[in-house]
Design a protein around this ligand. Structure first.
Ligand code: NAP
Length: 408
């Protein structure tokens, strides 16, 4: 960025800070990027339901649709350019649900120009940064409050399966009962973004069309033949696999140790949230993409620090927070109530199939499901947003919060 551009941003910051705090009535500018994506659309819906942006001025930005007019909660908004740092620098709080590349491109530029607003993000890029706080307040509320009071500015949502796993086993974690965790995940396609879910619907349609003239194994053979011999007829541009009739035992990039990046995140992020980096709980997993539309499921195999009865475990789990729902470990209850559709678009965290494992009394198995777009993404972000707004309104002072206005 040139010296002139820096000066323009700094001038804008000074002007805006003065405007925002006139008469000490503080209107916070909230910049929202990623509105039409999977996470962004759910976040917007939740913020609207909870009236989170009352007394704030929301500004919407897009990477590809700047200048277009969109209707949000009954009001027309012109989308700003999500790469326009000059406009972004006017925001007290930026919420990015756009993806890691966007964060990588934009966040360092704003910080390099002394923007001191709050950055809330669903993408993974900043999660492991030394100065960032991973947010999941039912688990690490004290750390979040401490970070806000300490003047930290980057608050990042955790990986969706990590958030959902910790929400499921919060009662074991807070009672210091977890020695190690092995997870196998069954992750919904909406976890891969809006284009992937659209493509899955297109794949499903091909089976539907073929099913008008065939069924049983004949239908299966025809679909498999199309995929193998006429792949151009089977849309796989975004998913890179025929997921509608299959599964994918790999999510995200490769790590050198043989894990996928999604699997690698489990141990790193779990222990950062629990502030146990120096004494980490071993967490390993196999992450699998399935054709479920929404909600991630996980089978957890947990080594306990001691042998305690299942009834006590159940009590600890269900008392940890209001959203935990135990499903009895029976065939009938599991078939009817323990599936992704049951918790889709709800804050419930389902825990079922709870039992002692054959390996010994210190080992348990359970199956958990949660909406990865809610507790796995949007919900922790909107909850920290509320805390930050309250903090800013309580401690209002323009220079303290929006920018180092002496910076050039
Ligand atoms: N999906 C999840 O369950 C989940 C959970 C936790 C974390 N995350 C993370 O959150 C970030 C965003 O994920 P996401 O799943 O929300 O991504 P997404 O659905 O792919 O949306 C991201 C952006 O893609 C652009 N886009 C391009 N074509 C689109 C289309 N046809 N429909 C909708 N959006 C389109 C939109 O930006 P423009 O309007 O600016 O073009 C949108 O904001 C990622 O870093 C992801 O890893 C996702």
């Amino acid at each position: 960025m040139t010296h002139e551009e820096k000066l323009v941003i700094t001038t804008a910051l000074i002007y805006h800070a003065k405007q925002a705090f006139t008469n000490r009535s503080m209107i916070l500018n909230i910049g929202i990027i990623g509105l039409r994506g999977m996470v962004g659309s759910v976040l917007q819906e939740r913020m609207h339901q909870e009236n989170d942006l009352e007394n704030c001025q929301a500004h919407y930005f897009s990477c590809s649709q700047a200048g277009q007019v969109t209707t949000i909660a009954g009001q027309s908004h012109t989308l700003g350019d999500a790469y326009d740092c000059h406009s972004l620098a006017k925001m007290h709080i930026i919420i990015a649900t756009q993806g890691s590349q966007y964060t990588k491109d934009t966040h360092p530029k704003l910080r390099a120009n002394h923007w001191q607003g709050y950055w809330l993000d669903a993408a993974s890029y900043l999660r492991t940064a030394a100065d960032s706080t991973i947010i999941l307040d039912p688990i690490n509320q004290a750390a979040i409050i401490q970070a806000i009071n300490d003047g930290k500015k980057d608050f990042i949502g955790s990986n969706c399966t990590v958030s959902l796993m910790l929400m499921a086993i919060a009662g074991l974690v807070e009672n210091h009962l977890v020695k190690s965790i092995q997870a196998t995940t069954y992750q919904a396609i909406s976890g891969a973004g809006a284009k992937a879910i659209t493509e899955l619907h297109q794949q499903i349609k091909i089976t539907g069309q073929q099913a008008e003239t065939q069924n049983g194994l004949d239908l299966a053979n025809t679909i498999h033949d199309i995929i193998k011999h006429q792949p151009e007829k089977y849309p796989q541009q975004h998913i890179h696999a025929p997921l509608a009739v299959s599964l994918i035992p790999w999510i995200d990039q490769e790590k050198p140790n043989g894990q996928s990046k999604e699997e690698w995140k489990a141990m790193i992020e779990t222990n950062k949230i629990l502030q146990r980096e120096r004494n980490p709980i071993p967490v390993d997993s196999t992450c699998v993409r399935t054709p479920a539309l929404r909600c991630h499921s996980q089978s957890l195999f947990i080594e306990l620090t001691k042998n305690i009865p299942l009834e006590t475990i159940e009590t600890y789990l269900s008392q940890a927070h209001p959203w935990l729902k135990i499903i009895p470990n029976t065939k009938e209850a599991s078939m009817a109530k323990l599936n992704p559709i049951q918790c889709s678009n709800q804050l419930d965290i389902l825990v079922g199939r709870l039992r002692k494992a054959n390996l010994g009394e210190n080992y348990i198995q359970l199956f958990t499901i949660g909406d990865q777009l809610l507790w796995g993404a949007a919900e922790p972000i909107r909850r920290v947003l509320v805390k930050i707004i309250q903090h800013l309104q309580k401690n209002a002072h323009p220079k303290k919060h929006i920018a180092n206005t002496t910076a050039a």
